[in-house]
Design a protein around this ligand. Structure first.
Ligand code: NAP
Length: 452
């Protein structure tokens, strides 16, 4: 591994040098284990502790197949899907790996008793498989997490509709929380030159998801002037949705759970902010009964912030706890766009408010190839910025996942994989200097006010 790192750190290393760097037989990776999927039996989702199920193992290097790339991972990030994988909710991920393993000779490699998780990376291409012509060893890259086979016409217009669509590092093996990852070469995209490895690894999954969900015509197709209600506005998805709303000329109404998070939104330029904890919304009277008076109180609060207008779009992901309110507060003809159900996937809403007011609910999931590319392009151009708040070494991944599960984090949490320290990998210092305030906002808030 040392020779790989030396090549990456050498300013003179050529593609030929990288192609000749010997690959190790094994590498360190974050895994969950198939024989432990029952370890939390009888516990509720919030009582399951990722620190117990997440392992740092030495694993063998997978063989590279046609159209694939092996990447030296300098940094990765923890997404909520790694949290789900680590608590085996709603299902253990090994069922995904078994099904994928049955697809072809090549995919068999994924069906293992351990699952290397992680759906983001920033790093350097080490080897490419047969048929790869665009990428070569030594290229500095990030990877999006869409894995598709594209053998069916169903996915040819929108790659997310491929029947064999999977999320790399969640529904496939050899993910990004490792020193070496295996990806399909068409997951690769250029690493934004003005960012460090850990900053470049942070946006991938959530930025692409928020882009499709809010901006793309496959999602809510947000336009200038739209009022956009954003749940969890300083969380992983929400911190990008907020940036898309601001950059696209919309009016974000940001919902957050603390004053500190409200402050980050303010510093991003948001004026309409709802602190759901301080205002104490209780949309459910008990486990089975919602309280429409609370929906109304929430709607009135939104109108106070918008000068009497309702929202055109709700950016939904908390799910069961908020969905009834989200449907209620959407304006006539408006859109509720959802990509998740963190608080429970059996939603309940009053359908009269949907049909009588001609509202639409749109389901959205990650992003197709093109949307992921466009989302990364916006990062590379400095239009949208990483929202990295904290960075941990690989061996602390369990702790990072626990922080996310218990909602103690903000923005994204990064992981250093091969990078020996933070701040490495910046190739365009001039551009970085232009955007340093925005790039650092999530990290420095409350600690260094002159930069925020
Ligand atoms: P995150 O970083 O934890 O952010 C979610 C935010 O939502 C939290 O910071 C919290 O903010 C807010 N929240 C949590 N529970 C809530 C509740 N009951 N009511 C209101 N607000 C609540 O997670 P994320 O990365 O944004 O992901 C959120 C969900 O989306 C996860 O379930 C994840 O698996 C899913 N997801 C799906 C896709 C996809 O492609 N389908 C992609 C990415 C993520 P406050 O406490 O500040 O309000």
């Amino acid at each position: 591994m040392k020779e790989i790192l030396d090549a990456i750190q050498s300013p003179d290393a050529t593609s030929a040098d990288f192609a000749e760097v010997p690959l190790p037989d094994s590498f360190r990776a974050i895994t969950v284990h198939k024989d432990e999927t029952d370890m939390f039996a009888g516990l509720g989702p919030r009582e399951k502790d990722p620190r117990e199920s997440i392992h740092l193992d030495e694993v063998p290097l997978p063989e590279i197949g046609p159209g694939e790339a092996l990447v030296a991972v300098m940094a990765s990030s923890v997404n909520y899907n790694s949290v789900w994988a680590s608590i085996f909710e709603p299902l253990p991920t090994f069922g995904f790996l078994e099904r994928y393993g049955k697809l072809s000779e090549l995919t068999k490699r994924h069906d293992l008793p351990y699952h290397i998780i992680g759906s983001d990376l920033a790093g350097v291409v080490l080897r490419t498989g047969v048929g790869v012509s665009v990428w070569k060893p030594g290229d500095e890259v990030v990877a999006h997490c869409l894995s598709v086979e594209l053998e069916s016409a169903d996915g040819h217009n929108d790659t997310m509709l491929d029947p064999e669509q999977r999320i790399w590092g969640f529904e496939t093996n050899f993910g990004g929380l490792a020193e070496i990852a295996l990806v399909k070469s068409n997951q690769l995209m250029p690493k934004p030159a003005h960012l460090s490895w850990e900053e470049a690894a942070a946006p991938g999954l959530v930025n692409s998801t928020a882009y499709r969900q809010l901006v793309s015509r496959n999602g809510a197709a947000m336009k200038q002037g739209d009022n956009v209600l954003i749940w969890g506005a300083s969380g992983g998805l929400g911190s990008y949705a907020t940036q898309f709303a601001l950059a696209g000329g919309a009016n974000p109404i940001c919902v957050v759970g603390s004053e500190q998070k409200a402050d980050i939104c303010r510093k991003m330029g948001v004026t309409a902010i709802i602190n759901r904890t301080a205002e104490d919304y209780k949309f459910w009277k008990d486990q089975h009964t919602q309280d429409p008076r609370e929906w109304k109180r929430f709607g009135n609060r939104i109108r106070e912030l918008t000068g009497g207008e309702d929202v055109d779009i709700v950016f939904e992901h908390p799910g069961r706890e908020t969905f009834g309110a989200s449907v209620y507060v959407t304006r006539k003809g408006g859109t509720i766009v959802t990509c998740a159900s963190t608080s429970g996937y059996l939603h309940e809403f009053d359908n009269r408010y949907l049909w009588m007011s001609l509202k639409r609910i749109i389901g959205s999931h990650f992003a197709n190839y093109r949307e992921a590319w466009e989302a990364n392009r916006l990062i590379a151009k400095g239009k949208i910025h990483p929202t990295l708040s904290k960075v941990y070494p690989l061996e602390k991944t369990g702790h990072a996942a626990y922080q996310i599960l218990t909602n103690q984090h903000r923005g994204k949490v990064g992981i250093l994989t091969l990078a020996p320290r933070e701040g490495m990998g910046v190739r365009d210092e001039e551009m970085r200097a232009t955007h340093i305030k925005a790039i650092s906002r999530y990290r420095l808030n409350g600690q260094d006010d002159e930069l925020s």
